[in-house]
Write a protein that binds this ligand. Structure first.
Ligand SMILES: Nc1nc2c(ncn2[C@@H]2O[C@H](COP(=O)(O)OP(=O)(O)OP(=O)(O)O)[C@@H](O)[C@H]2O)c(=O)[nH]1
Ligand SMILES: [Zn+2]
Length: 350
């Protein structure tokens, strides 16, 4: 049996079938099951996942951070456990070499980001849980930036209730402003970066206290950025696999890095995730992020698409009658473009 399959086969000391049921004459109703409470459990955060092994950090007694290798309890075997998950762990919490703790509970997630299903998937898979920010990394040139791709990331972020930010790299190769003009109406933080002039302090300030997922097409300089922002991340430079320690390259798996340096927060790098799932996007979630426009859209008919051809759309009407400010008009343009992204999400080749 391969080492990573032990997970599901492990004899599980917390399995309910091993709990003896004793008669309890004092009880008003019969107890049929005694469910272990795991009162000694510690709560941690999943920062890497590899074939049935979960790497979890928990706070040590001395205020330090202890890194554990974990398997999951049998009762959780059908539930995905992903990067960013808050979990309760029991067992050996020393973090010593060769020890394994056990995940017994997954805390309810505040947000989820799903990966798009590819042709071989019949379900969308959760990539990251509990993130509250998404940093979209795009190059000014090489590779050429594509507004549609950024739009898709934005839709995924808004739909998930995650605040998007934009970092444009390689500004030494091309003027980023014409591309950035596409997003001017959105009013999201924008960072400009180039070799030797990475705005590390500015970005770290925006990340402090947050859990930020980094996304971007291959080659945009995302690894370069992660390494600059998180000293010691050592992304894509022959990094030893944090899960197995076997020297396998990590560039294909999602890993969380503590921001460190006195700052709270996590950087979650998601290499190989080309786009996030737009399969179940609710337009209402996107509109909700545009608070000023959402107030006007309260007067829209039920099921309004808010697109330029929508009948009786309060937003379209307000724009036509000149009741929107210049900023609101720009934001409506952006909103409509995002809603169109969603409306045409099934078109191939994007
Ligand atoms: N000119 C220029 N090149 C850059 C800049 N940032 C990164 N690069 C180069 O772009 C290439 C790709 O950078 P990476 O950091 O590996 O890009 P990535 O997005 O992580 O790509 P993958 O590893 O394929 O996911 C490398 O050769 C970098 O040296 C920049 O600001 N300007
Ligand atoms: Zn409308």
């Amino acid at each position: 049996m391969s080492w990573w399959q032990e997970d599901d086969e492990d004899e599980d000391v917390y399995d309910e079938s091993t709990v003896r049921v004793r008669p309890n004459p004092k009880a008003n109703r019969p107890r049929t099951k005694i469910r272990p409470k795991h009162e000694d459990a510690a709560t941690g955060r999943v920062y890497a996942v590899d074939r049935g092994r979960y790497r979890v950090t928990v706070d040590g007694t001395g205020g330090d951070r202890v890194e554990l290798s974990c398997v999951r309890a049998r009762e959780l075997r059908r539930q995905p456990i992903v990067n960013g998950d808050r979990v309760d762990v029991v067992g050996d919490l020393s973090g010593d070499e060769g020890t394994l703790a056990r995940i017994v509970r997954i805390t309810e997630r505040s947000t989820v980001l799903r990966r798009s299903a590819d042709d071989t998937d019949d379900v969308e898979r959760i990539v990251v849980a509990n993130a509250d920010q998404l940093l979209i990394v795009v190059a000014a040139a090489n590779p050429e930036p594509r507004a549609r791709l950024v739009d898709r990331y934005l839709v995924a972020a808004y739909d998930a209730g995650i605040s998007p930010m934009l970092c444009i790299t390689k500004t030494d190769l091309a003027d980023p402003e014409p591309f950035l003009a596409n997003f001017a109406g959105l009013d999201i933080p924008v960072f400009r970066s180039r070799t030797g002039l990475v705005p590390v302090d500015e970005i770290r300030e925006a990340l402090d206290g947050h859990e930020t997922v980094f996304v971007g097409h291959s080659g945009v300089g995302k690894s370069t950025l992660v390494n600059a922002i998180v000293p010691g991340a050592n992304r894509a430079t022959g990094h030893v696999n944090v899960v197995t320690g076997r020297g396998r390259h990590t560039s294909s798996s999602t890993v969380s890095y503590p921001l460190g340096g006195g700052s709270a927060g996590w950087v979650i790098d998601t290499p190989g995730v080309r786009s996030f799932g737009l399969g179940h996007v609710d337009p209402a979630n996107i509109l909700r992020s545009f608070t000023d426009l959402a107030a006007i859209a309260a007067d829209c008919p039920r099921g309004c698409t808010h697109l330029p051809d929508a009948t009786d759309c309060a937003l379209v009407t307000a724009e036509r009658e000149g009741r929107l400010s210049a900023a609101e008009t720009a934001r409506l343009d952006s909103l409509q473009r995002l809603l169109e992204t969603f409306a045409t999400r099934s078109s191939p080749g994007e």
